[in-house]
Design a protein around this ligand. Structure first.
Ligand code: PLP
Length: 397
């Protein structure tokens, strides 16, 4: 725990935002920082949850503990709806209370002795949970890196895909696509290279597809679109951004039966033990909501909400383009990644907060390659996004 650098990034941002509101009680703060959803959950989904909750008050509708791995109907619905034609079966899907919790449960499965590679920049939970499990080594101030973690630089120069020819072999590779924070979705060809790399090195890929629902082009929505991926990859994913379930809590992890340790033992058996020992199943009400999300009408309704956020993303991206800044992401993800050449990202964060009352996230919080970049979240009410756009234009014009 002592090795953890500062606090976790998001509480630090919240603290600075809170201090700002104390100093400026009349300012109208706009939050484009922590990627929390803002739009109401479609009625068809909340009605299913309300109905399920109401039935809990009846003898016939009451349920206690469910299966630790999740309700089989939901597991099958996830496999059939989101992994159609990829050969994933319901029993390979473990329903959970969210992707972040699953990342830590996977860390428990992996133990303290494994070596780990992460994209740089990346979602902080991969590194921070690796630090907690005691395998990251010391934080080095000069490089901004942990000594025992392999950082795979992802920048515009390499089209946000790591140069695998210089990447050291590790037991585990965390890979997030569409990526938080860069908003970049890996192409099929890139993921094929990643799967080949993992196979050649005997590595397990932990693939985070929490933002897959935002993909607009032909980029894969799952690592299992790549032939052979089932032998090397676990996928974690979430209803949080897909259906506005950040507070409801629901996610899942896919562990294919084909994934085996070098001694031939199936990883799924160990993961099942971890889930049964350390987790007691996702809330049944959330699972009822999850099933509704995957019904044809539920899916259509969530898609409309995602389209709304994507329109927000376009407004933010266009704002920075009009200011002649280099803009990445936003098309396949709710995040816009903006380059502020020559500037420290925490300085940009402080300036934007002080002068426009907008909360953002400094790129360096996601890894050393994030320095000079800022992440802007497209989650927000349209009027706030438009107001933020006006304020940013007047700051930088
Ligand atoms: N994975 C990524 C890449 C995320 O950005 C987030 C949340 O922002 C999560 C996982 C957490 O998801 P959940 O709400 O399902 O725990």
């Amino acid at each position: 725990m002592e090795n953890l650098r500062n606090g976790y990034l998001f509480p630090e941002i919240s603290k600075r935002a809170f201090d700002h509101t104390q100093k400026h009680p009349d300012a109208r703060l706009i939050r484009l920082g922590i990627g929390d959803t803002t739009e109401p959950i479609p009625d068809i989904i909340t009605s299913a949850m309300a109905e399920y909750a109401k039935a809990l008050s009846t003898i016939e509708g009451y349920n206690g503990y469910g299966d630790e791995q999740g309700n089989m109907a939901l597991r099958v619905a996830i496999a059939e709806t989101l992994y159609r034609n990829m050969g994933i079966k319901g029993n390979e899907v473990f329903v959970s209370d969210g992707a972040q919790c699953d990342i830590s449960r996977l860390q428990m499965l992996l133990g303290s002795d494994v070596t780990v590679a992460v994209q740089d920049p990346s979602f902080p939970a991969y590194i921070d949970s690796s630090v907690i499990f005691g395998r990251a080594g010391k934080f080095e101030e000069e490089t901004g890196k942990y000594g025992n973690i392999v950082y795979m630089k992802c920048s515009p120069e390499n089209k946000f895909f790591p140069n695998l020819s210089i990447t050291r072999k590790t037991d585990v590779i965390f890979f997030c696509s569409p990526n938080n924070p860069t908003g970049n979705a890996a192409t099929k060809l890139q993921l094929q290279r990643l799967v080949e790399f993992a196979k050649a090195n005997g590595s397990i890929i932990i693939y985070d597809s929490s933002y897959a629902a935002f993909i607009s082009d032909e980029s894969p929505r799952s690592i299992y679109e790549i032939p052979g991926a089932k032998e090397v990859a676990i996928e974690v994913s979430s209803f949080s951004k897909f259906a506005g379930f950040t507070g409801v809590r629901l996610g899942w992890t896919v562990v294919p039966e084909e994934l085996k340790y070098t001694n031939g033992f199936p990883v799924i058996k160990d993961y099942d033990r971890i889930v049964c020992t350390c987790f007691n199943g996702a809330p049944s009400i959330s699972q009822a909501g999850g099933l509704a999300c995957l019904s044809p009408q539920g899916y259509e309704a969530t898609t409309a909400v995602i389209a709304y956020y994507k329109e927000n993303a376009k407004i933010i991206a266009d704002t920075f383009r009009s200011l002649a800044l280099k803009v990445y992401g936003g098309e396949n993800a709710p995040y816009i990644w903006v380059h502020f050449p020559g500037q420290k990202s925490w300085d940009v964060f402080n300036e934007i907060l002080a002068k426009t009352h907008i909360v953002t996230i400094p790129g360096s919080g996601f890894g050393p390659a994030g320095e000079e970049y800022m992440r802007f979240s497209a989650f927000g009410r349209r009027e706030n996004i438009l107001e933020a756009s006006r304020r940013l234009k007047s700051l930088y014009k």
